[in-house]
Design a protein around this ligand. Structure first.
Ligand SMILES: C[S@@+](CC[C@H](N)C(=O)[O-])C[C@H]1O[C@@H](n2cnc3c(N)ncnc32)[C@H](O)[C@@H]1O
Length: 260
């Protein structure tokens, strides 16, 4: 996807994005004030930063099984772990946002589609130690590195290996409810909508769904539009990099573009 197209989307986002002062919904205002714009330096951030820095220093490579609309950076099947950490892992302010959201909502049953090296999984697990995170990854060698990251961070998410297309439904069939889904793999229109609809089968009024890279391509922007307009969706927050979805029947249908 052209950089020009994405730059245009970003300019559009910036021209429309609001901070908490332009927001009249009490639910969204509180979320911005207490969670999204919370500047507290939680000690767990340092734990993840240290593990990420160690990954960035690694000089070894792994053979990659690429099942998604994967990297635009390197098409060879061997990739340096340091490069994966640089390009795919959810670090910095986005990882910290995952941490604060999972800490705030305290979801019990959580899933992540796309484990990569485990950085996003660390933030989600450390934010919410009482939650049970199951994270899905199609590349076994990548999943093995994620397991090392989880061991270092002393967290214990379950990793399910295999293509989401084959693994997600069986997992959803095994659970009563889904409180949290972070969809961060296979960034294409049709699979993204399909995974969303599959997750909805087990979602309830207070479930939280997060979508990464909603403007990664025209297809992803269309998927995001489709998700926003779904009849069960009432509130969405567009942070450009990430889209956050709430079902909350009690809320009027509203879509917020939020500066972050
Ligand atoms: C952007 S990375 C995930 C980053 C991670 N969530 C984080 O925050 O650190 C996407 C991952 O999804 C995996 N993936 C993409 N498509 C997949 C599919 N169809 N089935 C299984 N895994 C897939 C890739 O192998 C890659 O590791």
């Amino acid at each position: 996807m052209s950089h020009l197209w994405r730059a245009k989307q970003y300019a559009k986002y910036l021209s429309k994005a609001k901070n908490r002062h332009g927001i009249h919904s009490p639910f969204v205002y509180k979320l911005l004030d207490k969670v999204i714009y919370d500047k507290t330096e939680f000690p767990e951030y340092e734990t993840v930063t240290t593990i990420r820095k160690q990954l960035l220093k690694r000089t070894d490579s792994i053979e990659i099984t690429d099942l998604g609309a994967g990297s635009t950076v390197n098409k060879s099947n061997k990739r340096k772990i340091a490069d994966i950490a640089k390009n795919s892992a959810k670090g910095g302010k986005w990882g910290e946002l995952l941490y604060r959201l999972s800490k705030h909502f305290q979801p019990e049953i959580m899933i992540e589609l796309g484990t990569s090296l485990g950085i996003g999984g660390l933030y989600q697990s450390l934010g919410n130690p009482n939650g049970k995170l199951t994270t899905f990854e199609g590349c076994p060698n990548t999943a093995a590195v994620a397991q090392e990251s989880f061991n270092k961070g002393k967290v214990n998410p379950a990793i399910i290996e295999g293509n989401f297309d084959n693994t997600l439904q069986a997992f959803l069939d095994s659970i009563e409810k889904l409180d949290w889904a972070f969809i961060d793999g296979n960034h294409q229109k049709e699979p993204t909508i399909r995974y969303f609809e599959q997750c909805l089968q087990k979602c309830h009024n207070d479930s939280v769904l997060l979508f990464d890279d909603i403007y990664w391509s025209k297809g992803m922007a269309e998927a995001w539009e489709n998700i926003k307009t779904h009849e069960r969706v009432n509130v969405t927050l567009d942070l450009f990099q990430v889209g956050i979805v709430f079902l909350r029947k009690e809320q009027p249908k509203q879509h917020f573009i939020i500066r972050y």
